[in-house]
Design a protein around this ligand. Structure first.
Ligand code: NDP
Length: 291
């Protein structure tokens, strides 16, 4: 391997330590950040995510409020809970674990969250704020990718960036963040023509496709920084969207899977909860946790 390994696990651990320090300072002023996580139904993967979110929230000294609802509750009952959490001053962040059961309208539920407590950054107002350069809550996974990229490369301005994937939770906000840092950004998707040739131009390549080992080594520009968002379960265990072993011979720096972007997502959820708490109390945004 010639590429530098971007150790997201270590970076996320450092970030959590910093957040814990900031939480301690807030507690000294009588403020304890609180994160409410709402889980509807019993999807096994969602249960695992919610458990580790709750655990890490408590580890950094925040209050964690878990609301587990049965899969057959009505959308109105869920909206009533969200209204209650919106009005609760002890709750600074609200996260509704997705996916929701099929009888619910996900957009209606997400848009019922107070945008200033929307620590997932999926509310339509936060999407608009991010696109227009205002104080948004930024989706956690792309925020984590941005932190890793800045740490690795410093100034991103003028870099050529290709984002593979155009989902609302990863691809599009990732592209917005890179654009905001003055990279020249191309968003690719399933209809993009000649993906390998496009990727070969990229100083920064972010893969968020959801296909195991999709990005081949000869798509990678020599020396490029490769961020692999993909999480794919295969017979060989968890793998990313990038053919890691081969791509690491060409790239300048690359994130592994697991241990790259994954750990950054929950750390950034905690960062967003801290930011939301600071804003709710009229304090400045914590340094380095917002774009
Ligand atoms: P989506 O399925 O919502 O989006 C996938 C994107 O990839 C789409 O825009 C799709 O294009 C594009 N795509 C699919 N096939 C191709 C292809 N053959 N060529 C080019 N583009 C293609 O996925 P998400 O954005 O939600 O997630 C992407 C990956 O990231 C998944 O593996 C997911 O598990 C992982 N993930 C990891 C997180 C973490 O914490 N590390 C958090 C969130 C996601 P089109 O729009 O044209 O269909």
């Amino acid at each position: 391997m010639t590429a530098t390994l971007i150790d997201g696990k270590a970076f996320a651990a450092g970030l959590r330590e910093r957040i814990a320090d900031e939480v301690k300072a807030l507690k000294d002023r009588g403020i304890t950040p609180g994160l409410a996580v709402v889980l509807v139904g019993e999807d096994p993967a969602s249960q695992v995510y919610v458990r580790s979110k709750g655990k890490q929230t408590v580890q950094v000294g925040m209050n964690s409020y878990e609301h587990k609802l049965s899969a057959d509750i009505s959308q109105d009952e869920l909206l009533t809970l969200i209204e209650r959490l919106n009005a609760d001053p002890a709750v600074n962040g609200i996260l509704v674990q997705l996916p929701l059961p099929s009888h619910m309208d996900e957009a209606a539920v997400i848009n019922a969250i107070d945008p200033d407590k929307d620590v997932d950054g999926f509310h339509i107002q936060n999407v608009g704020r991010l696109a227009t350069g205002q104080n948004a809550m930024v989706p956690c996974t792309p925020l984590g990718c941005l932190m890793l990229l800045r740490d690795q490369l410093g100034d991103l301005s003028g870099k050529s960036a290709v984002v593979l994937g155009r989902s609302n939770i990863v691809g599009k906000p990732m592209a917005q963040l890179l654009l905001r840092d003055s990279a020249t950004v191309t968003i690719a998707h399933s209809r993009t023509v000649d993906l390998p040739q496009l990727c070969q131009q990229a100083d920064i390549l972010v893969a968020a496709v959801g296909r195991a080992n999709f990005v081949k080594a000869d798509w990678v520009k020599p020396g490029a920084t490769v961020i692999d968002v993909g999480i794919n379960r295969t017979d060989d265990g968890l793998v990313g969207d990038v053919d890691f072993a081969a791509a690491a011979q060409v790239a300048g720096a690359i994130t592994p899977v697991p241990g790259g972007v994954g750990p950054m997502t929950i750390a950034c959820l905690l960062a967003n909860t801290l930011t939301a708490t600071a804003r709710a109390n009229g304090l400045p945004d914590p340094e380095g946790l917002t774009p």
